[in-house]
Design a protein around this ligand. Structure first.
Ligand code: SAH
Length: 313
């Protein structure tokens, strides 16, 4: 994975905040703390956990055209106590205009991680949420901004979370949207629903902060009491490649036109959000199917090809 950063990060930079999840991890429900007065809360070492988790929430800006928006996003993040900014192939960065718009948040521009692809930006994330200014053709599991904030805080205690924002002129591509677990839409005026990029970052960063403050007050949310971490985005991509290959060998999809079936399968697995062990089982099943096909020396019949193939462009 190529990863270019401005390299001004100190030991407290974004990567330091992404604490690796141990191989064997058991999630337990966060203790349900009773509501207690704010003075005694301040003394408990656990109470800052929701706000500390904000370090594990990253905002990813894809192909931003205007450096002013990058600066505005940095400012929005810092105002809300977030610190991690990832820039996927920004058109102009570093830039004086970004620093100017960032004002007191220019430090976030120095620690921003610049990568070439969205895949790299979210590879280690267990939860990836894409923002969208409009409804898309294939509906995807959708969160409200409030649910998005709550979920981000609930999960950031255990694994990195990404909120992905699109280009100023055309948002995110279908492929990028389909690489994410959920979509979130800010329910703006339907006649004019597209917010300025930095403003959209501000709204969602605010919701994340509100959820963290709510959790800090005692309504602790945690990643459901599950025994395994969710599969990472990079492992999901490897799984989809493997699935497509096995289904083509099986004769179930047309290798020259796998698109719609794969899109629907992506949506299915994004919704289910398998954990790392479940994904391992699925990969193992695919390998067993492939071994069987290779042993018996044949492809499945082409007329098994899914009816969904070639359905939409
Ligand atoms: N014309 C583009 C709008 C892009 S606005 C389109 O139709 O998709 C730039 C980015 O700001 C979007 O990709 C999204 O990340 C964010 N954004 C703008 N308005 C939003 C809204 N109402 N809800 C969620 N995100 C929004």
């Amino acid at each position: 994975m190529t990863r270019e950063s401005l390299d001004l990060r100190g030991p407290g930079g974004p990567d330091a905040a992404i604490v690796g999840i141990p191989d064997q991890i058991c999630y337990t429900r966060a203790p349900q703390t009773a509501r207690i007065d704010s003075d005694s809360m301040a003394k408990s070492p656990l109470d800052n956990a929701p706000l500390d988790a904000l370090d594990n929430v990253r905002v990813v800006l894809v192909n931003s055209a205007h450096p002013g928006n990058i600066g505005g996003a940095a400012r929005a993040l810092k105002n809300m106590g977030l610190r991690q900014l990832y820039l996927v192939a920004p058109r102009e960065f570093p830039a004086a205009n970004a620093i100017w718009r960032a004002a007191g948040a220019a430090d976030l521009l120095e620690t921003a991680v610049v990568v070439d692809t969205l895949e790299e930006a979210v590879a280690d994330c267990g939860l990836v949420v894409a923002t969208s200014a409009r409804e898309r053709r294939i509906p995807w599991p959708l969160l409200t901004p409030r649910e998005c904030g709550e979920r981000a805080v609930a999960e950031a205690g255990t694994h990195p979370v990404a909120l992905v924002f699109g280009r100023e002129d055309r948002g995110l591509t279908n492929e990028e949207l389909q690489a994410c677990n959920f979509h979130v839409h800010i329910p703006a005026n339907p006649e004019y629903s597209s917010l300025n990029l930095a403003t959209a970052v501000q709204v969602l960063a605010y919701e994340v902060r509100m959820a963290a403050l709510e959790a800090q007050r005692g309504e602790r949310l945690s990643y459901a009491d599950w025994d395994r971490p969710p599969a990472k985005a990079s492992d999901m991509e490897l799984y989809f490649e493997h699935l497509q290959q096995a289904l083509a060998e099986l004769g179930f999809i047309d290798p020259d036109n796998p698109r719609q079936t794969m899109t629907r399968l992506r949506r299915l697995f994004s919704r289910v959000r398998p954990d790392d062990m479940e994904l391992g089982i699925l990969r193992g099943m695919l390998t067993a199917i492939q071994n069987y096909i290779h042993r018996t020396g044949g492809k499945g019949r082409p007329d098994n090809a899914s009816a969904a193939d070639g359905e939409e462009g």
